[in-house]
Design a binder for this molecule. Structure first.
Ligand code: SAH
Length: 383
């Protein structure tokens, strides 16, 4: 899971652990909500603006009432129709009878001393997902969102996929993560960036994701420009092309993690049916269609894919492509046998990429402080 990005090397995990404070009590403050009998009500966040307008229209109500309701939800952060005091009481009651605003409850939460927070949300069917609010040094907030319950991709170093995938999230459940994270902030503070780097493979649930990102980027939604939204994928060429067709200006990040098919097949089993060449072709196409430089993510696993030879092969692969390589030192997962790379091998890797003319960033894993590797909080709660 994405947890912030800088050129500063990662802090040792012992220090990170000491900095981490578990605050389960935060759940109470952060909005454990009555699902209001979710089973027979619709999740209002699943309704597109047009659908909501139609709902109002069907009841002989003017369209502006739909816009008013959305403003209460997205702008004024209302979690209850009762708060919508400029709507007629009868309408508020009718909305309450049909819809729920928040359909999940905060089951657990971690907070770090830099203000970053991770929430475990329990969905209406009892499934759990994670989302994270990251605070950078300038006080800007980034939301990291999940798109599936679990993940089917099976990347060997990732905690999210250890139990496979249970189901896709609806667009409303993706939007709700934004709502729940935004509720953690004071009224004058806003989320300014979104990374779709939580649990799941975003391009395996692309329709729901695109519908959710419409709300995230809409002026009368969260108002976050598409250029500040990053979608991270294991590299599904069909999905990348579909995203290119949607031409939404989202930033695309591809999780490469190895410079050869042989090694990638081991680390990212989904690669066996895809292959690096098809992914690069789709990424090139994305750049041509959108003009947006693609990022390639590369999790550095000590002794596995962090050798000078791997760096040289990566330079070869990226040659002539206007890309950014994002190196992510492995964020330890207790049940997995991989190790964080030494600072020396990381520095060597960076130097070889720089020498080959490749732009590089190292992702400093703030989330380590809050156990933020994909799926960790969820697993802790499952066991
Ligand atoms: N399925 C998508 C998004 C999920 S995870 C994808 O594969 O991109 C977002 C990023 O975090 C991916 O690059 C993923 O490989 C990485 N990641 C997962 N577990 C990690 C860990 N333990 N340490 C470091 N990075 C990890």
């Amino acid at each position: 899971m994405y947890t912030g990005e800088t050129m500063v090397p990662s802090v040792p995990s012992s220090l990170a652990l000491r900095l981490g404070i578990v605050l389960s009590a935060i759940g109470a403050a952060a909005g454990i909500v009555d699902d209001g009998g979710m089973s027979d009500k619709l999740h209002i966040l699943d309704e597109t603006p047009e659908q909501l307008k139609t709902w109002f229209g069907d009841r002989g109500l003017p369209g502006y009432r739909a816009a008013q309701t959305r403003k209460w939800i997205f702008d004024r952060r209302a979690a209850d129709f009762g708060e919508m005091t400029d709507l007629p009481a009868k309408l508020r009651d009718e909305l309450y009878q049909h819809f729920t605003i928040l359909s999940a409850e905060v089951a657990d939460a971690n907070v770090a001393d830099d203000g970053s927070r991770k929430l475990l949300l329990r969905l209406h069917d009892g499934q759990t997902i994670e989302c994270v609010l990251l605070r950078d040094d300038r006080g800007n907030y980034t939301a990291c969102l999940s798109t599936q319950v679990g993940c089917a991709m099976g990347c060997v170093f990732c905690a999210s996929g250890l139990d496979g995938v249970a189901r896709n999230l609806t667009s409303g459940e993706i939007v709700e993560q934004m709502m729940q994270l935004q509720r953690l902030l004071d009224g004058d503070k806003r989320i300014s960036r979104v990374v779709v780097m939580g649990m799941g493979e975003p391009l395996a649930n692309l329709d729901s994701l695109l519908a959710a990102l419409d709300v995230v980027s809409a002026r009368d939604g969260f108002g976050i420009s598409a250029r500040r939204i990053t979608i991270s994928t294991v590299g599904l060429p069909k999905g990348i092309r579909q995203l290119a067709r949607a031409n939404c200006q989202y930033h695309l990040a591809v999780s490469l993690h190895a410079p050869t098919d042989q090694l990638r097949n081991e680390l990212v089993p989904a690669n066996r049916k895809i292959g690096i060449a098809a992914i690069l072709a789709a990424a090139d196409h994305y750049f041509q269609q959108t003009g947006r430089r693609v990022t390639f993510e590369y999790v550095l696993l000590g002794g596995v894919n962090d050798r000078p030879q791997h760096a040289r092969e990566l330079v070869e692969l990226m040659q002539g492509r206007p890309v950014l390589v994002n190196l992510i030192p492995f964020n330890p997962v207790p049940e997995l046998p991989y190790e964080t790379p030494s600072s020396l091998s990381t520095a060597n890797f960076v130097e070889i990429l720089h020498g080959g003319g490749i732009s590089v960033k190292i992702r400093y894993r703030k989330g380590e402080r809050i156990g933020a590797a994909c799926g960790q909080l969820r697993r802790r709660n499952m066991s």
